[in-house]
Design a protein around this ligand. Sequence first.
Ligand code: PMP
Length: 456
Amino acid sequence: MQTPDYQRLDRAHHLHPFTDFKALGEEGSRIIERGEGVYIIDSEGNRILDGMAGLWCVNLGYGREELVEAAAAQMRQLPYYNNFFKTTHPPAVKLAETLCRLAPGHLNRVFFTGSGSEANDTVLRMVRRYWALKGQPEKQWVIGRENAYHGSTVAGLSLGGMAPMHAQGGPLVPKIAHVRQPWWFGEGRSEGQDPEAFGRDCAAALEAKILELGEENVAAFIAEPVQGAGGAIIPPASYWPAVKAVLAKYDILLVADEVICGFGRLGEWFGSVHYGLEPDLMPIAKGLSSGYLPIGGVLVGDRVADTLIEEGGEFFHGFTYSGHPTCAAVALKNLELMEAEGVVERVRDDLGPYLAQRWQALGAHPLVGEARSLGLIGALELIDPATGERFDESLAVGNLCRDLCFASGLVMRSVGDTMIISPPLVITHAEIDELVDKARAALDATLARLADTLTE
Ligand code: PMP
């Protein structure tokens, strides 16, 4: 089949996630056929640097034979069996042990799921169950953040704070509230605050919400250490210590959504380690298997696990694919490779600092109001060079820049007018140079296109 054949069949039969079906039908999809290292190759033979590691997940890059072998060997041995009804299998047991060894010391248990969304559904069930078992069944409210992403299931989208998703979601899961996000460039800057004062204000907003709802009614606070889908939002240094202090003052669980930040993205095994958080629960997915097969889970701290185990009786929750043996075998091999190759340390000590230095330089581009990065996650905030302010939304400058990027051989994603990257963790210095050069070229092309539009 040729590209137009795929596009025709795609248009006729395939409803894509997070897509305007009609608009895509008119434009046609890009057909990605192969992956090699940090590159994807489309059906026209174009080689594109994948600056997003798929959807923040292909941490070891494409084409790792060891992962293919791990899947094939496990499928020959036992392609599927479940962990319900008093059974388990070696891959699930070994993966659970490895994860708990890599996670901070108080996280000694894991509940497996098929995805990050299912992990957050599990979180909601677990925190409410925990407080019920503690004799405080009224502690049901969960506080999340505006513009956070925690998944696309009904619980995931309710915990998340994506306004367009809420608008389509029908009645959301009750007793979930949201507080402001620590996005200084988008919100603090326009209020004329310095970043650190803004970070503390965001933590104060959490405290105010706890007091409004009543501490005795609040079960948990959920947040990504660095917001990913919201726009690679790296909070001001003051934010997490202030949030930790608020949570310590009240008896409220902390859930750190590590679906993006986990497995080396921020230069530690978990984002919580980078920020010194001590979360009670950590949902994980994506980088757990480098995206080669779908698997997620929730790492559970002793405080919650001990109660669920000692006092809980049966927990009526689980998925057919919880701890799927083939997915677990691939995840285990992925973690073994990451350890053996020192991937996490390299992000922390070498690649992260190198990207930061190259990426910061883009901050001098006339279209860029802020360039930020941490580990191997980064963002550029686009601004109108004439005013230093945001462009009018109707110009969709971020999308224009994204499309120009793709056309020139780089996947960089746009969230409004925030451009974001999250490349595979095995990227080399030369490939970082290529990424930054292509990003700069796309910024130049965007500026040129805007000049044409604005003078027309
Ligand atoms: N949490 C976070 C922080 C995520 O970024 C995502 C996915 N982008 C999810 C949860 C949901 O994961 P999934 O798409 O695997 O359901």
